[in-house]
Write a protein that binds this ligand. Sequence first.
Ligand code: PMP
Length: 282
Amino acid sequence: MRTVYLNGEYVLEKDAKVSIFDRAFLFADAVYEVTTVLKGKLVDFDNHMKRLKRSMKELQFEPTLNEKNILKFHRELIKLNNLEEGVIYLQVSRGVAERDFAFPKETELTVSAFTQKKDLVENKSAQKGISVITIEDLRWKRCDIKTIQLLYPSMAKSEALRQGADDAWMTQNNYVMEGSSNNAWIIRGKTIYTRQTDNLILSGVTRAAILSVAEELGYKVIFKQFTTQEAESADEAFVTSATTFVTAVVKINNHRIKDGKPGVFTQELRKAYIKQALKTLK
Ligand code: PMP
């Protein structure tokens, strides 16, 4: 059984208990981060912390968190659970208060974290590529804040599985926004397209890393939204996230992308990303 972290304590997962008045439970009033663990160490930790702080600021969470302490309990969880490869899920909730829509004053944050073992580098989905469907994006307009309000992405992914696909790309006015839990990219020729970041998508930590990797490899990157049809007829397509790194998309709706195998550039980017990720270990 795993040992998890809850408000300063390390406890067995069965003993980690939170109040039913916690704002995360009542209002999804919480933010989160998922940090990759490779070789028992954290990938891109500083950028996850930066985004966490931003999410908290946007929601006027007070007080702030001690980053050193977060690093300490992340490392402790890795040790206590013998985690070599996988992720650490960290959640920060506004805390416990009488149910009321207005933000309560002076709550104590509820901070929890747990580990998940996963094969990330040698990963079957990455080797074969995944299939996606497109689905209307019915989320709210602050997807730049990484909140735990994930019901629509959960519905979208479940619909994808029901249709025999692996994931869903969410669209607005026929433009691809992002995946259910990843950023969406296509390649045409040697040009990479990814949507600009704003309030309608999450600015992925992996996305930012890929941008510098792509630049180093000499790719041209265009920050522009693309349509479903442009994606379906692309030379290559892929998703990025802390858990998938760079994973090829080989089918979009009923359209096979090129020969239906992970593309050459996508594979190159995945390899280069992993190499770069290993340099950020903390
Ligand atoms: N978009 C959405 C909607 C996500 O949920 C995620 C993963 N949490 C991402 C993009 C990718 O972000 P990251 O690279 O930081 O994992």
